[in-house]
Design a protein around this ligand. Structure first.
Ligand code: 2AM
Ligand code: CA
Ligand code: CA
Ligand code: CA
Length: 261
């Protein structure tokens, strides 16, 4: 894909994101229709569903030959990653959206023939858009982000999902103890944005493709390591324990979890 085409897509996706942000902010003042998916900790609202439909309708008009992977099921059943594949998480951090009306993100990613091309993490309430990819570089709003310093585990903060800590998955309490400190924000998108800014050195969670699709593209574009928790490549169509980290922090974490995976 040439640069002109990339910039055209980038401008278009940013317009969709602005529209989606306005939609979510308008809906935030109304009563939400909340339902449980797999458990009382796994929620979905009418706004998640309506926003996914909104984004998918924009994609269908703009690029009708695409496949779309959307969390709430309004996209396609995808078995292979040939051609254009869009990955959409209409609200990442639904629990935060419900309880805090803050600290959630819209995430969109574009893969072409399995390769990450463009990623977007939009912190809606704080109006902070993380965007870009391997060819465009990574931006926070209009500001080009430098590659984060390659800080190791002992000298950096880390972020984990709640369940990783509660159930002490793979010895991650020890990993947290070794780090400078543990943070838990409850939105994969918000945590990955902290990594892009160099504010934390690692994030580990069990994630689905729409949780890591955009973050993987942005993180790898800045030289961060994105892998399964035991250091293997991620499969774009599967859920897994995902680790996003500086190269040094990844090297520090792998021996601590050792044979616990
Ligand atoms: P979501 O809000 O889009 O579902 C913390 O809950 C983070 O983990 C969020 O980014 C959330 O994304 C994601 N997550 C993935 N699977 C989840 C599940 N089964 N229950 C709650 N959160 C989940
Ligand atoms: Ca969800
Ligand atoms: Ca998500
Ligand atoms: Ca979601």
């Amino acid at each position: 894909m040439n640069e002109t085409e990339l910039y055209r897509i980038d401008r278009t996706v940013k317009q969709w994101l602005k529209t989606s942000r306005d939609f979510i902010l308008a809906k935030m003042g109304e009563n939400l229709k909340i339902s449980q998916k797999t458990s009382r900790k796994d929620l979905v609202t009418n706004v998640d569903k309506e926003n996914e439909k909104l984004i998918i309708s924009k994609i269908r008009t703009f690029a009708p030959n695409s496949q779309i992977l959307g969390e709430e099921g309004f996209g396609d059943q995808i078995r292979q990653t040939k051609g254009w594949v869009w990955v959409v998480d209409p609200i990442d951090g639904t629990m935060n959206f419900v309880k805090q009306r803050d600290h959630f993100a819209i995430m969109i990613a574009l893969y072409v023939d399995g390769k990450g091309v463009l990623g977007y993490i939009y912190d809606v309430v704080n109006d902070q858009l993380f965007s870009g990819g391997p060819d465009l570089g990574v931006f926070q709003n209009e500001h080009l982000l430098p590659a984060p310093e390659n800080v190791g585990l002992r000298n950096g903060l880390i972020s984990l999902s709640g369940p990783m800590v509660i159930h002490d998955r793979f010895n991650f309490q020890k990993v947290a103890e070794t780090s400078s400190g543990l943070r838990i924000y409850g939105s994969a998108g918000v945590e990955m944005a902290h990594l892009l800014k160099g504010e934390i050195v690692a994030y580990v969670s069990y994630l689905k493709p729409w949780d890591f699709g955009a973050g993987k593209i942005l993180a790898e574009s800045l030289g961060l390591a994105v892998s399964t928790v035991d250091g293997k490549p991620l499969d774009m169509l599967s859920s897994d324990f995902v680790m996003v980290a500086t190269v040094q922090a990844q090297q520090d974490i792998l021996p601590i979890i050792g044979s616990n995976v």
